[in-house]
Design a protein around this ligand. Sequence first.
Ligand SMILES: Nc1ncnc2c1ncn2[C@@H]1O[C@H](COP(=O)(O)OP(=O)(O)O)[C@@H](O)[C@H]1O
Ligand SMILES: [Mg+2]
Length: 328
Amino acid sequence: MNPETLLQVQNLSIEFGTSSGRLRALRGIDLEVPKGRIMGLVGESGCGKSTLAYSLSGLLAGNGEVSGGAILFDGADVTKMSDKELRDIRGRRVSMIFQDPMTALNPVITIGRQMLDIQYREPGTNAEKRARAARMLERVGIPDAAAQLGSYPHQFSGGMRQRVCIAMALLTKPDLLIADEPTTALDATLEVQIIELLRELQQEMDCAIVFVSHHLGTVAELCDDVTLMYAGEVVERGSVRDVFHNPAHPYTQALLECDPARMKVATRQLPTIPGMLPNLVDVPQGCIFASRCQHVWERCRSAHPHLSKTATVGHRAACHLLDAEGRT
Ligand SMILES: Nc1ncnc2c1ncn2[C@@H]1O[C@H](COP(=O)(O)OP(=O)(O)O)[C@@H](O)[C@H]1O
Ligand SMILES: [Mg+2]
């Protein structure tokens, strides 16, 4: 493994037991996050972004199972860790922020107490830890931070609550921050503020971020690299610049065409990609995007495309059109 690699997901598959059979939520996921880089994880709702994001810190729903592959965090496989080892990396090295800040906050305990508790592994007295918590709240833009330590989560507005969660997530100076749609529930102005804050904090703390979003503009703003997911597979990945300027997969091209920020003609109705996600209990043969693809041809219905190189180093896409162009 490259020493600069913090996280490497290798051929990861995850299944959920459901009443209609085994749902193959993730299949053969490969990705890499270097130290200190920001990677965007993009795809329509139901593509498996949250399943992947949660599995990175060893969190999987009770009916979920890793059916293959590995998640190497600094070389150690998260999928093989004991509960104690998982608690250890979650407490020190990996932090998460969620779409709904209340997921991470306890409604009946003050912010100050929760920020103290999260530092239980850190050295120092309680007074020092409270001071550290207040400094962190100040850093994320909470006015009158020291006095706010005595407040309960419901006393903050939605945007302020997400700032509190960011402060808590970064208090342990993690190497990896996983953010699952942290701005989706906020209005556009707050979203911009939170993105700016994340970018500043990432530079100060030099942590890597996996940033999950279905909003392409936000990913373009914040991220260095981007991974596109469709129906439980990685269909394209590369630097934000390469993928957004030169999308190689028809799914990425279609998503970009649907992005309001890029639309050339004003319209009242947002365009969407026609068709639906395939049934993941009975995964179709061939390319997973074939039923919705404008460029579909015979091979797409029978053979599964691998992530192939494009003309640009580090930029890959899983599409038979690339093989057809002769670069594999
Ligand atoms: N606990 C679960 N049990 C059964 N199916 C699940 C569970 N969690 C997620 N899924 C299914 O896995 C797929 C991926 O879901 P998810 O990771 O939440 O997607 P996203 O975050 O991209 O919207 C979906 O088909 C979803 O219905
Ligand atoms: Mg999700």
